[in-house]
Design a protein around this ligand. Structure first.
Ligand code: HEC
Ligand code: HEC
Length: 357
């Protein structure tokens, strides 16, 4: 609703006040080149990076954040739905962690507001990293002397190894996972040959078809700095043929988080940055190609049927949103001298429990 009224205001501004080109640029904004917060020191970021890549934070010692949010590629896992410890699969597609700082809430249903709160979830989710509880996570970290030293150096000597501090470090690292300087960003900043003609036509079509009603702002997800999470109905046109074909109704979305029936089938608008890298698509990962997803979106959200040429132009435009990825060197993880962390007395118990063996 809010998004709709914003578009109407834009149209009004277009006719009454401003040149339409200026209105166009309101919907299109470059990605910020930094998302660092005060206190995100290099040392804290480096600790967060170690934790992000460390599979020992999972029950089986095999699954890290990077397993499902692979930073060597699109920041996702390329699977319809993710596979965690013991090959267990969850119900939803893994969104990319690239640029996840640029959204007002986390998860498809926006059930947590911050990256810090988000990072607490996967370690103890049965189908993800499968730890019995945060105490067990902290126990694992405390069994590795190198980690204790790092935590104390970043957070001070007393009671440094806590879940709050661990997720603070992970979130600081995630705030570095941004991809500015895409062809589209360079085009916006005045480099008129950064995008091809077909990409420019796709950009115009993206706006005139109405995609920007939801996919607006620097990350194409409706987010603006400081904005609250907004959710939109998906599918909005429930008799679209795509609804049945890809089972777009069994996941109730936002209402799972709020318990409010009027939130049934509401979802967060996801970012379209680097969208060419993160197939398959949608919350259930059911749609394998970007062109089919674009066709589906037009049908389920805008009641519009696109020609093959229009789909191709939109996809060409979306490919211009692929950004510049920071170089990430694999971190060295602190290890134990000749002792297993997975078979610590207390960890061994959780190991057995969590895997059900
Ligand atoms: C087993 C696979 C798996 C692992 C391991 C995992 N995630 Fe995720 N992650 C997912 C899935 C699936 C979702 C979406 C779940 C939902 O929306 O209900 C998600 C959502 C997210 C989001 C929200 C992104 C958005 O656009 O809403 C972030 C951020 C994230 N994970 C970071 C992490 C971090 C940090 C870790 C490690 C502590 C981690 N994940 C471990 C699968 C995984
Ligand atoms: C009314 C709001 C709205 C409109 C209009 C809209 N979208 Fe979306 N879009 C969403 C939502 C919500 C989702 C997430 C759907 C889900 O939960 O699976 C989404 C998902 C997507 C995805 C898949 C993202 C992913 O990570 O899997 C693409 C691609 C996309 N939209 C492109 C478009 C294009 C192109 C248009 C215009 C033709 C458009 N959208 C119009 C709200 C909208």
């Amino acid at each position: 609703m809010n998004a709709l009224s914003r578009v109407q205001i834009n149209l009004l501004a277009c006719t009454l006040l401003l040149g339409c080109t200026q209105v166009l640029s309101q919907d299109f904004e470059p990605l910020p080149k930094s998302a660092a917060q005060q206190g995100d020191t290099d040392e804290k970021i480096a600790l967060g990076k170690k934790l992000y890549f460390d599979p020992r934070l999972s029950a089986t010692g095999t699954v890290s954040c990077n397993t499902c949010h692979n930073l060597m590629e699109g920041g996702d896992d390329g699977r319809p739905t993710s596979m965690g410890v013991d090959g267990l699969t969850g119900p939803r597609n893994a969104p990319t962690v690239w640029n996840s700082v640029f959204q007002a809430s986390q998860f498809w249903d926006g059930r947590v507001p911050t990256l810090e709160d988000q990072a607490k979830g996967p370690m103890v989710a049965d189908v993800e990293m499968g730890m019995a509880g945060h105490d067990q996570v902290i126990g694992r970290i405390q069994a590795i002397p190198g980690y204790i030293r790092k935590f104390e150096s970043v957070f001070g000597p007393s009671d440094a190894v806590t879940i709050e501090n661990a997720v603070e470090a992970i979130a600081a690292f995630e705030r570095t996972l941004i991809t500015p300087d895409s062809a589209f960003d360079r085009y916006l900043s005045g480099d008129k040959v950064a995008m091809s003609d077909v990409q420019i036509r796709g950009m115009e079509l993206f706006e005139s078809t109405g995609c920007t009603e939801c996919h607006s702002g620097p990350a194409f997800n409706g987010w603006q700095p400081g904005s609250d999470g907004e959710f939109v109905e998906f599918p909005r046109i429930t008799d679209s043929t795509f609804v049945k074909k890809y089972d777009l109704i069994s996941d109730l979305g936002r209402s799972n988080a709020t318990g409010d029936r009027s939130d049934d089938h509401y979802f967060k608008t996801p970012t379209l940055r680097n969208i060419t890298l993160t197939a398959p698509y949608l919350h259930n990962g059911r749609v394998g190609s970007l062109s089919e997803t674009v066709r589906l979106m037009a049908s389920t959200q805008l009641d519009a049927e696109l020609s093959d040429d229009e789909v191709a132009e939109l996809v060409a435009f979306l490919s211009a949103l692929e950004g510049r990825f920071p170089e990430i060197a694999l971190p060295r993880l602190p290890s134990r001298l000749g002792e297993s962390v997975l078979q610590q007395p207390e960890a061994a118990k959780g190991f057995g429990d969590a895997t059900g063996h």
